[in-house]
Design a protein around this ligand. Structure first.
Ligand code: CDM
Ligand code: ATP
Length: 301
């Protein structure tokens, strides 16, 4: 085989419960991921040495050197097998960059799978998930797709049932938000509120049983009532204009609107496909409709 293309989905966090800041700077999470039908494609081609190219939306915002998450994934997989990371990686991006939809993480996951196939390694899925977790907290989930609860930093996954079809609309923002900065702002707001921001000072994060049940039932109305993101206040504090976006989507009939992960993308849950189209029309050019759940990373035939 000389070239392998993998299609890999974006995510929305339907629940993001953020615990206290740990001594290592990370936060323990109860992170309920849902894969959505917005995709990047990662193509791995046989080459001498490691190179990365990219095309598509906002690609000037992503590095093309060894710091690209796809390149880091290829290097980590090659190291694990004691081989050289000889591959050209091409990323066709449709997932917004720095948008809170785990675009870079998706590319990391896609590169793991593409290189594994290109190099004929047959790495077991649990090993790929372990390597992915070392690359970043969000990298394992796109390998699974569907829905899953992430604990620890968010990298330790348990698959969840996601029934039916959910209709989402994503309002893309101009310019990204830095994930570490949003976590820092969350900590600052907690300290300002007087309760402290450390482990022991913040309630331990836990998955909401009502949310897990709504996901399993494919019940959009029930899910809309319990969507929750502990990073939302921090994202709104850093980007106050997002409140207008939330209001615009709700005004157009969304069942609920929530900042996706660390933002600034805002995710709207619609009652059905027509509702989603109406919300997207009201939000204008930067809105994208996407169904969920989406399948995890997969090699294209
Ligand atoms: C906001 C989310 O997208 C929700 O899924 C993730 O928690 C972020 O995951 P990610 O982008 O893969 O993050 P990582 O690359 O692992 O970490 C980047 C930075 O985010 C912060 N971070 C991330 C995950 C976590 N559980 N606690 C943190 O405080 C830390 O400052 C860390 O240095
Ligand atoms: N392949 C990649 N695609 C996008 N960004 C990348 C990639 N590799 C490294 N990066 C870096 O990661 C930063 C975050 O990009 P990304 O699109 O993953 O953000 P995000 O969707 O907010 O992530 P998350 O939801 O996991 O917090 C970018 O600003 C970029 O510098």
């Amino acid at each position: 085989m000389t070239a392998v293309t993998v299609r890999v989905p974006a995510k929305v966090n339907v629940q993001l419960a953020v615990g206290g800041r740990r001594p290592d700077g990370f936060h323990d999470l109860a992170n309920v991921f849902l894969a959505v039908g917005l995709y990047d494609h990662v193509t791995a081609t046989s080459a001498d040495g490691l190179t990365v190219t990219a095309e598509g939306r906002d690609v000037e915002g992503i590095p093309l050197d060894a710091s690209n998450l796809a390149a880091r994934a290829a290097i980590a997989l090659a190291e694990r097998h004691g081989i050289a990371p000889d591959v050209h990686l091409h990323i066709a991006k449709d997932i917004p960059v720095a948008g809170g939809m785990a675009g870079g993480s998706a590319d990391g996951a896609g590169a793991l799978l593409a290189c594994d196939a290109l190099w004929g390694l047959h790495t077991p899925m649990d090993e790929l998930l372990r390597i992915a977790g070392e690359l970043g907290s969000d990298v394992p989930f796109p390998l699974l797709g569907g829905a899953a609860l992430g604990v620890g930093r968010g990298e330790r996954l348990t698959a969840l049932e996601a029934g039916g079809a959910f209709h989402w609309v994503f309002a893309l923002a101009d310019g990204g938000l830095s994930t570490p900065e949003v976590y820092r702002e969350c900590d600052r707001l907690r300290r300002e509120g007087g309760a402290g921001d450390l482990v022991g000072e913040v309630p331990e994060p836990a998955a909401d049983p009502a949310l897990v049940a709504a996901l399993a039932a494919g019940d959009a109305h029930a899910l809309a009532r319990v969507l929750a993101n502990d990073l939302q206040e921090a994202a709104l504090s850093l980007r106050p204009a997002l409140a207008d976006t939330v209001a615009a989507g709700l005004g157009a009939g969304a069942l609920a609107g929530i900042v996706s992960g660390s933002g600034p993308t805002v995710a709207f849950l619609a009652a059905d496909a027509e509702g989603a189209a109406k919300i997207a029309g009201a939000l204008g050019g930067r809105a994208r409709v996407a169904p969920a759940p989406a399948a995890g990373a997969a090699v294209l035939p």
